[in-house]
Design a binder for this molecule. Structure first.
Ligand code: NAP
Length: 264
């Protein structure tokens, strides 16, 4: 059974959604967790398991704050094994002609520079300890092809997919693995507006209609993938972007095949 006993983990975006579910799961599996978020909702996450989880407010796109997070793990627990760089913002759905440079800068700062800072500072701390580790960054199916987010969001998440590849390469020989997760549609704070809208219109069964699983995902289904990548169960998985989307991105839209039908 997957076990994180003795591991020290940092999870960003842990006040809500995927980060919250992951911080709680890592703690349940034995890790000591620094749960970080820009909002103080992260205190509620820590309150669920105060023995194992310490809350810290931070801006995951700020170098100073990421350094402070790593320093906190070392100060409190003397070590660091796992960094889940998960915090992100959607930045809305305006098109290319309507997005400003300032919006692009902010989306890239949090969604792409944040994971870069995690690799830079957590990677250094883990390498100094000499025992290896696991850095996981949340990308998205939006980073694989267009259609699942605004332009800057999509570009930022595509950047994360390639960032973990260069991260894995540059951490060569350290036994620090660097991977991404590409979630599909998950019900979280980020997608709350959409779920609310379809529920108000009685259209909830339309959510996931393009998905072979015929549903959206739950935060715990991404947390389970993060747990796999955080743990020694994935000891030879490195430089990989793990798609966890119920099969959404497995097909072009015109080639949907239903159960019981065979290709001609
Ligand atoms: P969520 O419920 O909104 O959780 C994200 C958390 O991160 C929120 O508490 C958010 O605070 C916080 N945050 C925002 N900016 C931050 C910053 N600069 N520093 C630290 N924390 C910050 O959304 P989620 O869906 O769990 O998102 C987690 C990750 O999954 C994101 O990277 C997102 O892009 C990715 N993702 C989500 C989906 C999906 O369908 N939900 C799909 C693919 C990928 P605020 O509430 O104040 O913004």
């Amino acid at each position: 059974m997957t076990d994180l006993t003795g591991k020290i983990a940092i999870v960003t975006g842990a006040g809500s959604g995927i980060g919250r579910a992951s911080a709680l799961l890592f703690a349940e599996k034995g890790a000591k967790v620094i749960a970080a978020d820009i909002t103080d909702k992260v205190n509620d996450t820590a309150a669920e398991n105060p023995e194992a989880i310490t809350a810290m407010t931070c801006d995951a796109g700020s170098e100073e704050d990421v350094q402070a997070l790593v320093a906190k793990a070392l100060e409190l627990h003397g070590d660091l094994h796992i960094f889940f760089a998960n915090a992100g913002i959607s930045g809305g759905f305006d098109g290319i002609f309507d997005q400003s440079v300032e919006e692009w800068e902010e989306i890239l700062r949090i969604n792409l520079i944040g994971p870069f800072l995690a690799i830079k500072h957590a990677g250094k701390a883990m390498a100094d300890k000499g025992h290896g580790g696991s850095i996981i960054c949340t990308a998205s199916v939006a980073g694989l092809r267009s259609g699942a987010g605004g332009p800057a969001y999509t570009a930022s998440k595509a950047g994360v997919v390639n960032l973990v590849r260069i991260g894995a390469q540059q951490l060569s020989g350290s036994n620090i693995r660097c991977n991404a997760i590409c979630p599909g549609l998950i019900e979280t704070g980020m997608t709350e507006f959409m779920y609310k809208m379809v529920r108000e219109r009685g259209l909830e069964d339309k959510v996931g209609q393009l998905n072979p699983m015929r549903r959206g995902g739950e935060p715990i289904e991404i947390a389970n993938a993060a747990l796999f990548l955080a743990s020694d169960d994935s000891s030879y998985v490195n430089g990989h972007a793990l798609v966890v989307d119920g099969g959404l991105s497995s097909s072009h839209p015109f080639s949907k095949q239903k159960f019981g039908e065979t290709a001609a």
